[in-house]
Design a binder for this molecule. Sequence first.
Ligand code: ATP
Length: 466
Amino acid sequence: MSDHQEPVLLNTFINGKKKVKIIFHKGVLVWDNERPPLAQHTVPIENVLSVQQNYLKSSSPSLRRQIDPNHFTIHYAEKSTDDKWVYKSLTLKHLDALQVASWVKTLQNHLLKFSKRPKHLLLFVNPFGGKRNAMQIYEKYGKGLFTLAGVEVTVNVSQRKDQIRDFLINHNLDMFDSIACVGGDGTVSELFNGLVLRECRLKGIDANDINQELPKPRKPIGIIPGGSTDTIAYCIHGTTDPTTAVLHIIFGDILGLDLVSVYDEHTLLRLYASVLSYGYLGDVAYHSDQYRWMGPHRYDYSGFKKLILNRGYKGEIAIYTDTKEVQGIDCKGNCDVCKNETLHKEKASCKWETLKGKFFMISGANISCACSRSPKVKHTSVVNNLRLLLRLSSADAVIEDLPFVETYSAREFCFRAADGAASKWNCDGEVQHQTNIRAKVRCQLLTIYSRGCQKNTGTKTKCCGF
Ligand SMILES: Nc1ncnc2c1ncn2[C@@H]1O[C@H](COP(=O)(O)OP(=O)(O)OP(=O)(O)O)[C@@H](O)[C@H]1O
């Protein structure tokens, strides 16, 4: 649309006791007090959740609510500190009902252009994870905002482990345009494992065959944190704030996310999004589960015990890679690495490399903040282990310079334990009992609702590699 065709709305309204000048032009709302103190606000239309006429106060609850022709409210979101978003509203009054109707209609028409915003959301709630308050999180932070934004939500509360995954594999989802969950990493994992296996079933693809291309689930997913660590939500939104997660779903903007599929000799065990760890973190996942009653503190308790124990684990790792260097690419979908992956361009130069040793921990990191590299950490002193964990827990973790850490970028890797089933794998926080595994990166397999986060911008986020 050329400039002169763009609608311009300009008017003075009453907001509380103040007169407010407001203009809407080129998709941006700007308002300010008519008299000092001036306080200009600018809100792009893509941050507006809905625009609604208000209702008149009813004298009796039994009477039908009547629209107030002189008031309307703009519901919008604003970025606050860091990567957090907050909900805000602006209620405006005008004595001329036509002015109110014209603003409401014009703004609502603009919002209709955001056709990717979800309208029928299937939301899974895991009442078991984290502080066991996922339903309260939905009621407190999600329900009101979804209603306000016109998103129809069907809530499904899980009754057992793997029920979400099984539901997604087998049920008709035609009536939903989007799927989301309130829970921790294990819940998110059930969601995308279910969706990928569903696509395999529908397309007749053998998911257990590592050489098969895995099909991309068609519906975008939303992630509302309600677990203990919420690593995936944190990596994607830059915060574990539930309101921010809900707003990212309502905005309807999407990002691509790589997944990694993990196999034993015969079957696909699981796909993961954040990190797969053997040794220290594998042991922590395994042992902390018996202290679930402690809530999120179980990780601190088990983590400390395992750190002091300082075990080493013998094994052999084979890495399939074309470049050992971890590349500093901030990929939000369709970067050069993704494109090459699709075209199978780089595969010819990939080679298997084998390493043997005794390790404190072996991790295959898929997204940046769980660990922005794929460290193979040699068995070393407790102090060094502590140094590593402190580095990993900082937002801009740099670990390559630690002498006992090796990092590689890889498309696939295999692990074989030299000392039997000495540890377990920790796969997105869930325990995986098979020791000898093979893992393969699946570029941009998942579509998630998020506008991304600043924490990742400019830092060494990887794409298509461990
Ligand atoms: N109704 C249920 N009863 C028991 N377990 C469930 C139920 N619904 C889901 N689960 C399982 O609960 C486990 C824990 O859930 P989740 O990972 O979401 O929370 P968490 O472990 O506290 O958080 P995080 O993984 O972020 O640390 C997962 O393995 C999930 O499959």
